[in-house]
Design a protein around this ligand. Structure first.
Ligand SMILES: [Cu+2]
Length: 314
């Protein structure tokens, strides 16, 4: 049975995953047994009670108490088992332990931003400690999104103007994928994040150094770092190949044709506008699904990105 579960489902990487899978398997297996039982009975009856001669008459049966009690009581018992099992799991999944590490999650079309207790934030990447409960306090800046991490068996809608929460305790270090599971527009399928589960020491170290801003770093390097940390690489290549968006190679200084037919030069201002209000000037031939980075990147990061893109010439 475990081999089949492993084959069908993603790895179990949280403390609650195996319980979720057990209930899932119970519902599937009991459903399958009932289904087969009913189908086989129908088949036997079709053969056994088929009309065998011209004067075959169906006997008049008004009721059968044993049968009626059986087909009422057995499903009720099954439903009560599924209900109490499911309700127990629901209570566990909705009550984060008091000592959980809290991360604020902000969803927007189409990116995830994570803010840590001690300050600092990351985009489309989230770092969490292993063997420690982590609580996500989530809200959306625009439409309804939904946060799902299949490896942890958690999924919770993320709504505008309201907080929803979810929690998990990862059981092994490594990487898992976080998906948006509420269709939220053109960029929905790109709305992914990586969950990095670190050991306790690595996590403490990452909090110290990973979020630190190096004031002495050259602008273009700041830009290169931001290009990855802000998740631009999900949609833009640096080598001339098309992804969701155009490659940024040789972009600077070139003429860009927009969907409305106008042509603009990709100068500093154009790149800045592309980041702050991407929907205002959409490049012809591409979907209008770049998220706005207004309020997500500071001035230094924006200047850095411009400096970095400027250098991308072959
Ligand atoms: Cu979404």
């Amino acid at each position: 049975m475990n081999r089949i579960i492993e084959y069908m489902l993603p790895p179990q990487r949280s403390t609650t995953a195996s319980d979720v899978d057990s209930l899932f398997t119970f519902i599937n297996v009991s459903g399958f047994i009932l289904f087969m039982g009913i189908m086989i009975t129908i088949l036997i009856f079709v053969i056994k009670y088929r009309r065998k001669s011209e004067d075959d008459v169906t006997p008049v049966i008004t009721h059968n108490s044993i049968l009626e009690v059986a087909w009422t009581v057995i499903p009720i018992i099954l439903i009560l088992i599924v209900f109490s099992w499911g309700f127990r799991g629901y209570l566990t999944l909705t009550s984060p332990p008091a000592n959980a590490y809290e991360i604020h999650v902000s969803a927007a079309s189409w990116l995830w931003q994570f803010q840590y207790e001690g300050g600092g934030s990351t985009m489309n990447e989230v770092y969490v400690p292993v063997d420690r409960p982590v609580k996500f306090i989530m809200s959306s800046e625009d439409v309804i999104h939904s946060l799902a991490i299949p490896d942890f068996r958690i999924k919770m809608d993320v709504l505008p103007n309201r907080y929803t929460t979810t929690w998990f305790q990862a059981t092994e270090t490594g990487e898992s994928i976080l998906y948006c599971t509420e269709y939220c527009g053109t960029g929905h399928s790109e709305m992914l994040a990586t969950v990095h589960v670190l050991s306790a020491e690595d996590f403490e170290e990452w909090l110290e150094t990973g979020l630190e801003v190096d004031e002495d770093m050259p602008l273009a390097d700041v830009g290169e770092q931001t290009f990855t940390s802000a998740g631009c690489n999900a949609c833009h290549s640096l080598d001339g190949t098309d992804r969701v968006g155009p490659s940024l190679l040789n972009l600077f200084g070139s003429d860009r044709e927009l969907v409305d037919g106008s042509v603009v030069v990709a100068d500093e201002d154009y790149i800045r506008r592309s980041l702050i209000d991407p929907q205002a000037e959409v490049t012809a031939g591409y979907p209008a699904n770049m998220p706005s980075y207004s309020g997500r990147l500071n001035e230094r990061q924006i200047d850095g990105l411009i400096a970095f893109i400027k250098e991308l010439q072959d």
